[in-house]
Design a protein. Structure first.
Length: 265
């Protein structure tokens, strides 16, 4: 049966892909744990810092604009509906909890995927096409250790920081709405937001950011490592990395949200 055969082949390919991601993550963690400042293998901190600047600092303006616009849109739409019930104060709850739990980490991840994840995939894919990865192996350097580990450490540090800035930008934009609609000063608005937010809201957002960072880096680099062929394959790998990263990030967000909802209330 052609349909069942196609479905079976597709399912096997996806399972193999997830297995490759798991193996790559394990190798990356193993290299990271073995490297330390006093051993023979040391982390390439210069490359880590360069990646942190590329991932975090250069993405900050776009992230703040997108997150601020999202927070303002949420406040406007929520205020339009809540005004009907005389519950305009609930806009503070809506913007604060939504940005902290969900939208802040998700917006930061999507912006980083579009800006840095695609660049990582294109870089690694170009190295594969030009046989630089083979040259590294010939010099007894593992591409996972040399290429992936610095990117992973930089992403683990910077994506939670970007998430904090995304949450702050979104909440600040909501404060602009409440300033003109509820006659609340920004100080009063932030004090009320602080009273509403719980520690579990902040922790859940940061945990999601760490998981999203792992997904983005490993999907982007794996697509580059798997490239075979010429320059056309580089563009295809970049496209696949962006699409798969967004899908897996949203799926991971769903799983984390369900876990926090059922087991941490």
């Amino acid at each position: 049966m052609p349909l069942l055969d196609a479905v079976g082949r597709y399912s096997v390919r996806q399972v193999e892909y997830l297995g490759a991601l798991a193996i790559q993550l394990w190798r990356c963690l193993r290299f990271t744990v073995r490297a330390h400042a006093f051993g023979r293998r040391r982390l390439r901190w210069k490359r880590v810092v360069m990646q942190m600047a590329e991932i975090g600092v250069h993405s900050l303006p776009v992230l703040c604009l997108v997150s601020g616009a999202t927070g303002l849109i949420m406040a406007l739409q929520g205020g339009a509906e809540l005004r009907k019930f005389g519950a305009m104060d609930a806009v503070i709850n809506l913007v604060g909890t939504s940005m902290t739990r969900e939208l802040g980490p998700l917006i930061a991840a999507i912006v980083v995927i579009g800006r840095s994840g695609s660049a990582m995939s294109a870089e690694v894919a170009t190295m594969a096409v030009t046989e630089e990865l083979d040259a590294l192996r010939a010099m007894a350097l593992d591409p996972v250790d040399f290429v992936l580990v610095p990117k992973y450490l930089a992403m683990l540090v910077m994506l939670p920081c970007l998430t904090v800035m995304a949450v702050f930008s979104g909440i600040l934009a909501g404060g602009v709405f409440t300033y003109y609609s509820l006659d609340l000063t920004l100080i009063q608005y932030f004090l009320r937001t602080g009273d509403i937010l719980l520690m579990r809201d902040i922790i859940s957002g940061l945990v999601k950011a760490g998981i999203f960072a792992t997904v983005i880096v490993h999907v982007s680099c794996l697509e580059g490592f798997l490239v075979r062929g010429g320059p056309v394959s580089v563009g295809r790998a970049t496209t696949n990395a962006v699409v798969k990263s967004i899908f897996l990030v949203v799926l991971a967000d769903l799983i984390c949200t369900a876990f926090f909802y059922f087991y941490w209330r």
